[in-house]
Write a protein that binds this ligand. Sequence first.
Ligand SMILES: [Zn+2]
Length: 246
Amino acid sequence: MAVQKDIGFILRSFNFRETSKIAYIYTRQRGKIGGLFKGFRLKRQHFSTPLDIFSLNEFVYYPSRSNLHLVSAAELIDNYSYLRDIPSRFYLASYMMELVDKIMPFHYPQEEIFGLIKVIFDNFSTYSLANSLAIFQIKILNLTGFRPSLTTCLRCSHAVEKEGYFSFRLGGMLCLKCFSADPQADKVSADIIASLRYMRDKDFPQVYNLKPSPSTMNSILKMLDAFISYHLQARLRSKIFLEVFV
Ligand SMILES: [Zn+2]
């Protein structure tokens, strides 16, 4: 295959052998890919980027059949310095990368996910950390196979209009009649259900118009976190640091 040019966010990177580096990248055209940067640590001119986590870069690479592609050139587009100067922002952006890395298989392009990362980064300074976090989580779950059911009861398929129970284990709402299907399910108010649906369904920038009360937001973040931890079977490292701030 011919040489490819693409842009992408650095999900993580690590040193490889004596002088090289490997980075996992969420690219616009091919989704998650692995990049091998041969001789990267010799500071060659064709790599004009530090490959920092969550930076956006342009890459020229040779596609291979494996998950790892030889990158021949890389250039920094945006280092998002305003996300690095403040610890809360740094951990949120790092968490977003960790979640994308965990949730996305290799070579599964979804331009909406690329766009979602970018729009959240671009609006970081304007909106609250909790809002950015919840919107990112619910939208990425919805764009992948992890879509929590928020409209109908998982057990009887009746609409859950007002209050109901949220089962992170079963993957969504249970109605007031079926809640015993999961003894661990938490009761949730109509306000929480409506807020979650709004964040899932509205586009940018209207999605930011919703400003849930601190207690509603707190419940939403707990539900999403329980859902993600259970279904990905992973406690994300950056989330532990992020919890200090949200
Ligand atoms: Zn039901």
